[in-house]
Design a protein around this ligand. Structure first.
Ligand SMILES: [Zn+2]
Length: 168
């Protein structure tokens, strides 16, 4: 098993505290990424979704309850992913400006390497004047609105980036 810490960053304008709508450990928040098979190198064609609310208790390898057990289409070996919650931190404007990444979720992965994380719907953030923006959809890679309540200029999110860091 190798642990991968998914970390993200983005350019934020007049916004701070970007995070999943229901929090990092929201059982329904879907983490979407591709899986590269450790044995044969095959990369899944589509992103695979993992959520805390799905546990695969019937899988044959090891102990615990992985959130995903998947057979590689090419070599047919089974790999698993177990999510380890309680690691997420909101992306603040300050972190964004210093081009640093913040942790989102930790994955204990066997048989695969996670690659190509994709941002989806259900994010939230707040303007520097405290106006809350809910259910932000980052699927298109950007978000732009006006903060009329806070009389702020435009609030923008773009240049989304992510990385999976191996954690020992
Ligand atoms: Zn394979």
């Amino acid at each position: 098993m190798v642990k991968y810490l998914l970390k993200i960053t983005a350019v934020l304008e007049n916004l701070t505290n970007l995070q999943p709508q229901g929090g990092f450990d929201d059982f329904d928040f879907v983490y979407l990424f591709k899986l590269k098979c450790e044995w044969c190198g095959e990369v899944s064609q589509k992103e695979i979704g993992v959520t805390l609310n799905v546990t695969n208790i019937s899988h044959p390898i090891g102990k615990g309850k992985p959130n995903l057990a998947r057979k590689c289409k090419l070599c047919e070996r089974i790999g698993t992913i177990t999510m380890i919650p309680d690691r997420g931190q909101p992306l603040t404007l300050e972190t964004s400006e210093s081009e640093k990444y913040v942790p989102l979720m930790l994955f204990d992965v066997s048989g695969y390497e996670p690659v190509d994380y994709v941002f989806g719907p259900s994010w939230r953030a707040e303007s520097m004047k405290g106006t809350k923006f809910e259910n932000i959809d980052l699927s298109s890679g950007k978000f732009a609105e006006y903060d009329e309540k806070g009389k702020c200029p435009r609030v923008v999110i773009y240049d989304l980036r992510s990385t999976f860091d191996v954690v020992y």
